[in-house]
Every structure is written in C-alpha cells, then in structure tokens.
Design a protein around this ligand. Structure first.
Ligand code: AMP
Length: 404
C-alpha cells in the first residue's frame, strides 16, 4: 500500500510518499513560501538510501493548487519520481491541526468531514485553512484516491474533564467550547507506541510521559496508553517555554500590559506567540545558538536555558503526580532527541521521584535510534525516542483505509 502524507500549512506543503509494507520512505519534500516572493521546493527521491537524489528550485508557486500539482509532478516525474502515476497511490493522509471535540480518531474525508474541519477554523485560524486547502486540492488533482484526515488534537481527546476544563464560567465551555485541547498528538501517540515496544509490552500496558521539545514544545501524560493530560491548551501557546512562545504566564499579564503599555489584545497575542520564549529571554530561539553563547559565558542565554528546563522538570513532576506509576519519560523532537544538556538539566532534580539519568548514556545517544539514558537504579526509565509524525499519519491512514 502506498500512502502520500500531506502536511499543508498556511504557506507551505510538506509531503512524504511511503510504501507501507516495509515502511519505506520513497520520497519526501517541502514546498515553501507559497503565494510569497522566493517560493521554492526541495524534493528528495529515495531518502536515506545510496541512490538518494535531491532536487530543488526557486519558482513562482502562487497557491496550494500549484504547490500540490508540483508535488504530483515531482513524485511521478521521469527523473525525480518514484511512481509512474498517481493511480499507484492508495490513499492520502492529511495532517489537520484542530479537530475540536468532533474528531477523536482519524477519519475518511467526505463532505461532512470537510465541513467539520471548517467549523474548527475559529479554534485554529492559522492552521486549519491550510489543511482544508490540501484536502480540496488533493480531491481535485487526484480524484478517486481516498483522503484521510489525521488530527493533532485527537490523541488528547481521552483526557478527563478535570484535565481539559478551565476554572472559568461554565457557559464559556458550553457556548464556545473553551477548554484544553492539546496538540502534537500524532507525535505523542507515536512516541508512546515506541515506548511500549521498547518496554516489551502493549500500549494499553504503558504509562509514560512524552516530552516533545522541538520548535513547539509540549508534554503528555499517558496512562495505560491513553492521554490523561497535556501541556498545550485551547491553543498551542500554553505550557512549556518554546522557541518564540511564552508557554504558561500569569493570565493577569494581559490587563497589566494593556494598562502600563497600552498594548491591544492583538499586540499581546503577537508578543506571547512570536517574541517570547527563548527568543524573548535572550534574543535567540535555536537551542544550538543558545549553547554556543553559554559556552562563551553569556548569562542571558544561560538563564533562558535554565527557565526552559525548569518548566520541563515542573511538568514531569506534575504528570508523575497524576499517573499512578510512571514507567518511562520519553524525550523526542529536535531538542529532545539531540540536546543532551537539556535532557540532563531537565532531569537533574528528579532523583527524589526515582528518575536518575546515566550521564554517559545520555551523552552517547545515537541519532535516529531509540536509546535508554537512565541509570540501572532509576525506578523510571528515561528514553530518547525519535519521533516520526509522517509515519504515524501514514500508519493511521492505512488503518482507516483497511477498515473502511
Ligand atoms: P523540530 O520542531 O522537532 O524540527 O525541532 C527544531 C528545533 O530543534 C530547532 O529549532 C533547534 O532549536 C532544535 N535542534 C535541532 N538540532 C539540535 C541539536 N543538535 N541540539 C540542540 N537543539 C537542536
């Protein structure tokens, strides 16, 4: 079975073509700056193999339709392609950021599903329109090939109300569905499954904390395979400190800033989403640049790292407190997989909770592999697990197609 995975953002389309029998990646790529100057694509044929080839070009890509047309040409082209024509594709899996309360599993797309995704746009105005554009264009360019929507929020829909409701007037929930939703669900689920396999047990037997530290950062408490809490909220701004996002702040900050600085709500939204986090604290948002500055003795960069890691520690403590028994803590994504210092600092004060890192193992993590980094006496295993959201989307798409 061949699955095309599409992750359509507001101005970009990321894609992967996978053969599901042996989970081989046939092609992957990115079309970016759609509708802007400098639009371009990068396409890789047979990534990770000896015959891998990369093709890229800067060209006019005015809209999603043109972008997807280009993707089809790249995956079927004589030089760039890996399949003869799109009829070889069995299904298309779309990453959709927000499924609200209506979607708690991946679903075959029909007109009602399209309307359901559209109805969530107020909750994800920057993300769901791109996903919808991807679905609509795929239906037009590849008629007859089934589309499956896979939601970032779906894995978190098992949270109990005491985790997802906010302590604000109840009618705001019934009227506007204001609640915690959580995001990165596909990554948290994939990592929890990999954790289960590493522990030699089923997902239903697995209770773990998944720590996704990338450009965006979030954590999930997984009890017997089901999400029972997560750090992002109504939007992906809540929770951990991120590259440019503040994560949790005192909600009274808004009124204070309006009063003292005359900021509008839009100004504050922009400030907390785009100018805060590591960037706001020290002027850099890439952890590699922050380490380079720390190595030169920069105290702002050091404080930013400490605040970032302290928040991770605090959430680990919170989640251990609500899980009966935490079997493992799993670090994943760009920072989580690659940054030994962040992992070490985040776990440094957790020995009282039975979490003890092995310094050497932590330093010897092999890129792209699942590694155990806790010491033998640690009651809780600490793992580094490379995430693969596209593979999880493809797997879920294949499951929906097989069962429908
Ligand atoms: P992701 O969103 O998972 O692609 O993660 C992207 C982020 O990972 C980047 O913004 C970097 O801050 C971080 N990152 C990538 N490689 C490294 C590394 N070797 N060490 C520390 N951070 C890294």
């Amino acid at each position: 079975m061949i699955i095309l995975v599409l992750n359509s953002g507001s101005s970009s389309v990321k894609y992967q073509l996978l053969e599901m029998q042996d989970k081989t990646l046939l092609a992957s790529g990115l079309v970016e700056r759609i509708g802007q100057s400098g639009s371009a694509y990068k396409h890789e044929r047979l990534p990770g193999t000896d015959t891998s080839q990369v093709f890229s070009n800067e060209q006019d890509i005015p809209d999603h339709s043109t972008a997807l047309d280009l993707v089809v040409k790249l995956i079927t082209g004589e030089q760039t392609g890996v399949i003869k024509d799109v009829s070889s594709i069995n299904g298309i899996g779309h990453r959709i950021v927000h499924g609200g309360e209506d979607f708690n599993t991946p679903i075959l797309v029909d007109d009602d599903v399209v309307e359901g995704i559209r109805a969530q746009i107020p909750l994800a105005p920057l993300h769901n329109p791109g996903g919808l554009a991807g679905i609509e264009t795929a239906k037009r360019l590849m008629p007859g090939i089934p589309n499956v929507a896979v939601f970032d929020t779906a894995f978190h829909q098992t949270m109990p109300p005491e985790a997802y409701r906010m302590a604000i007037p109840a009618e705001l929930y019934s009227e506007l569905k204001i609640r915690r939703y959580g995001f990165h669900g596909t990554s948290h689920l994939y990592v929890a499954k990999q954790c289960a396999a590493t522990l030699g047990q089923t997902l239903e037997q697995t209770s773990c904390i998944t720590v996704h530290l990338g450009n965006g950062c979030s954590m999930a408490a997984v009890k017997q395979g089901r999400c029972v809490d997560t750090s992002m909220g109504l939007t992906p701004l809540a929770g951990l400190v991120m590259g440019t996002r503040s994560g949790d702040v005192d909600p009274a900050l808004h009124a204070f800033l309006t009063d003292k600085k005359g900021y509008s709500i839009q100004d504050i939204d922009n400030l907390l989403n785009k100018k805060s986090g590591l960037l706001g604290l020290c002027g850099d948002n890439d952890m590699r640049d922050i380490h380079a500055r720390i190595d030169k003795g920069d105290s702002d960069a050091e404080l930013a790292l400490k605040i970032f890691c302290r928040r991770v520690t605090q959430y680990i403590g919170q989640y251990m407190a609500i899980l009966d028994k935490t079997q493992a803590i799993c670090f994943t994504a760009g920072v989580g997989e690659n940054d030994e210092r962040v992992r070490e600092l985040s776990c440094a004060t957790l020995s009282g909770l039975g979490v003890v890192l092995d310094k050497k193992r932590n330093q010897e993590v092999r890129r792209g592999e699942i590694c155990e980094i806790s010491s033998p006496e640690s009651r809780v295993k600490v793992l580094v697990i490379p995430t693969n959201e596209e593979l999880e989307i493809a797997t879920q798409t294949a499951q929906v197609l097989s069962s429908s």
